[in-house]
Design a protein. Sequence first.
Length: 571
Amino acid sequence: MELNEEKSYVPDQAVTDFRNVVSMMADLNEAFDMSTLVARLSKNIVDSAKQVNAKRIEIETIPAGVSELDVARVTHLTVYETEGPEFDGISYECVMPDGETIRCGITIMSLYPEDIQIQKAKWLCEMVCLYVSRAKLGSGFIDMMNRDTDTGLPNMQTFLDFGEKLFGEFKITDYCVVALNINNFKFVNQTVPFDVGTSVLIKYAHKLSGMIKEGEIVTRFGGDNFNVLLKKKNLENFLSEIKKVPVDIKDGNLRVHFELSCYAGIYMIETRTAIQTAVERASDAKNNAKKYPHHPFVYYNEEMGEKQHYSNQVRAKFGKAIDMHEFVAYYQPKVNIKTKKIIGMEALVRWETDGEVIRPDRFVGILEDSSSIIELDRSMLRQVCRDIKRWESMGIDVPCVSVNLSRRNLTTENIADEIAAVLDEYHVDHSKVEIEVTETVDNAEFNFLADFIGRMKQHGIKVSIDDFGTGYSSLNLLKSLNADVLKIDRSFIDLKEFTEQDELLVKSIIDLAKAYNMEVITEGVETEEQIAFLDRCGCENVQGYFFDMPLSKVEVTEIIRKGYYDKDIKY
Ligand code: C2E
Ligand code: CA
Ligand code: CA
């Protein structure tokens, strides 16, 4: 079947790409036999077809000397089909060693222009060609069924089969598993068009493939993750090679060069361990490596496994827990030490599950690794709005309630507008809610934070800088941030002795904050000595166990109804 140029949706470049692949495959000069092929086409090909949005794949052969019109003699096989109107196709000729020419056509139906993922289509074609050309060889072609359609590397199943074989042969303890992820691959995708990014990934994959020795295997594990089953004796060498992998791409006029580094987890297989377990352990170590940019290669230990297991459980239970309203707001009052009046409250999440109340340090950090934290923060904000309205309906003069917002939210576009919209939805006055965000760690985040605060100002919603003093922000940065409240971290007052130097430091932070028109509050206040110290430093507002722990809704209702503490403070 000839390519129909008029009907074709495939751009010229794609056609050339197809032809290149096809002629490359034709070079194999291998004979094929359609009858054996039929039986062997596997699920893989169908999956690949779906990936490229192919509606139908056909393979047809026309034995030498047979006219195309002589349909009776044409072997025509539809490998995969869904309904679809138009089609694009490709055909090629296979010249056999004896001179016989066999024409083979592959038709990929309805590749709409916006769907075209040339790289995938290419691999699909190649796969089909290999099926065809290797069919007669029987066993050899199975190889191609077991490959990742993007990179051509062995797929995960092949990797696991290989590992299981080593396990069966008692050789597995000679090996280690390296699970790696390319650093900042997002940057590559932001810098070059998506298909060029894919080419970079493919090149990288091929380079990895070139680094391993016989009896070893590398597979792609989704996205820019790779798993390698490596002989221990080659590990050191391999790690030094993957530290920096240069990748050059030429795409028309575009030439790009990347030096790709990675982080990796390593599991040294010491006892006979199932390959699946070994991969999971390397992957746990990889997740640890991700957290420490200065230690890109991390070896697995048992503690990691337990932590990972716990994290996985939290993540798995999260969706249902949200639906079942298991995340509950507790409230901790903020108090003015002069008047002892309640000047605000902070909403702090608790996870009430299976009769247990779990504190946020057991799950917030885990949820921050994914977008789940955004969902949690949103649900807390709504809960707070509902509580405010309920208290108001009880005739209580509700103090401003602060809600914690994970920094992950800051990159969400329109987050400030969204928060304001939620308040409006519940008819909550904008002065009744304050948002607490922690200090930022780098410039990019700083810009997001500054932008967020600016927008919140327009909405008349206060923002406080939480945990001040634990991050990297300097006092200078404070000025440009323009936040409303500075929350001084408890580490500044968690002291055995309060020296003049401590006082000078805290006092100057407070003075500066006030000079920038910020309110100041110190958190984690537990003792009278701390209150006396803060009074000397000029900080009147505190939050901490000295007055109350975070309280359930029922408990806090009585406290805010009263509106003040009559606790004696002697200092
Ligand atoms: P945070 O925002 O700094 O909250 C203050 C933490 O200090 C709370 O811990 C509170 O219970 C604790 N605390 C209060 N007074 C004292 C005291 O006198 N002494 C001591 N030692 N600690 C005191 P909690 O409730 O366990 O929350 C821990 C962290 O979890 C919070 O730190 C915040 O970063 C995060 N978090 C809590 N709720 C949320 C939420 O809804 N969303 C997000 N994104 N994070 C939350
Ligand atoms: Ca906070
Ligand atoms: Ca804090």
